[in-house]
Ligand binder design. Structure first.
Ligand SMILES: *[C@@H]1O[C@H](CO)[C@@H](O)[C@H](O)[C@H]1NC(C)=O
Ligand SMILES: *[C@@H]1O[C@H](CO)[C@@H](O)[C@H](O)[C@H]1NC(C)=O
Length: 316
């Protein structure tokens, strides 16, 4: 074991110059934060997978009037208030994840350890998940030509659906000033501009060491699911890794039919990794009506009775 000051000397990421000396690893907390203005059943992927790993999720923005993508300036401001106003320590980690399509597969300690490895390797304290194409395309953002074959392109572009960083880095780089609640291109355009103006202070996890986008089936994305449900990444360039945070944009969360039942890539992964939670949250078909929040009608068809139902639904 190195004494902490020696390992700090060896690994000092740039922005640490402005930060106080780090406390020991055990007292460095990971704060999982999401932004979600209304309840949807797909929140279960994040909330239940985090809970199963012992991580509580802080939900910001419930009840906000926010819409995709322009209205997402509110998401940035909510995160900013969280990072500024709370009693977070400068070296604590804030993990931001989108509410409806992210799954956590590691404990707080594993997330911290993977982050610290990547922080040393990339020499930055703020890391975003990587995408194969750049979005949004605006006159000043994402001006690279489109990849010829996007599915063969490495995950080099920033995706703001999941990112993690030290509190001091979030404060000093991303969230210095409040932003307009409404902005063209949404929050991702804002974070892309930050990346352009601070190319040495933030980075992208291009090979799924910690954060991984899954926008198609696992195979096509270089991932596979072990028999215990853990998703692992392997490529020629890297050894096998377990990305703690899986983000399923686009085709990763679009509905599909799997053996005659409605599903999605994220749901199949969740079902194998968290079978008990799957039963509670998703193994039913629910028909409900909600009259101004006070009168409810709710009918759940449990698994035994719904095996024939999907066929009927699919004919609708
Ligand atoms: C790490 O980043 C800092 C600040 O950007 C820079 O001064 C330093 O040279 C970098 N170290 C390495 C090994 O790249
Ligand atoms: C599943 O197995 C892998 C490989 O043995 C291990 O690293 C991982 O921690 C296991 N996951 C769970 C949830 O037990």
């Amino acid at each position: 074991m190195f004494p902490w000051f020696l390992s700090l000397w060896i690994s000092t990421p740039g922005a640490w110059a402005q930060s106080p000396a780090p406390s020991d690893a055990q007292s460095t907390r990971v704060h999982l934060v999401t932004y979600c203005n209304e309840a949807q059943s797909s929140m279960g992927f994040l909330l239940a997978s985090a809970a199963a790993n012992g991580l509580p999720t802080v939900v910001l923005g419930f009840g906000d009037h926010a819409w995709w993508p322009e209205g997402l300036g509110r998401k940035i401001n909510a995160l900013r208030r969280f990072v500024l106003d709370s009693a977070l320590k400068p070296n604590d980690l804030v993990l931001f994840a989108d509410a409806y399509d992210v799954l956590i597969q590691s404990t707080e300690q594993e997330i911290r350890e993977s982050f610290e490895r990547l922080e040393r390797r990339l020499n930055v304290s703020l890391i975003f998940n990587g995408d194969r194409d750049c979005a949004p395309r605006l006159p000043d953002v994402c001006t690279d030509p489109r990849p010829v074959d996007v599915w063969l392109h490495p995950r080099v572009y920033l995706n703001s659906g999941a990112f993690i960083g030290r509190t001091f880095a979030m404060k000093s780089i991303l969230l210095q000033d409040p932003v307009s609640d409404v902005m063209p291109g949404g929050d991702q355009a804002f974070y892309q501009r930050k990346f352009m103006s601070h190319p040495h202070a933030m980075s992208v996890d291009t090979d799924c060491q910690l954060l991984c986008t899954v926008a198609r089936n696992l195979d096509a994305e270089g991932l596979r699911q072990l028999s215990n449900g853990t998703v692992v990444f392997s490529s020629a360039a890297t050894s096998v890794s377990i990305p703690s945070i899986l983000h399923f944009p686009g085709g990763g969360h679009w509905p599909m039919w799997q053996q005659g039942l409605p599903s999605s890539v994220i749901q199949e992964v969740f079902r194998k990794r968290f079978p008990e939670q799957f039963k509670v949250l998703y193994d039913h078909i629910e028909v409900s009506a909600d009259l101004r929040g006070v009168h409810h009608f709710r009918k759940r068809l449990q698994q035994e009775s719904f095996l024939q139902v999907p066929c009927e639904l699919s004919e609708l």
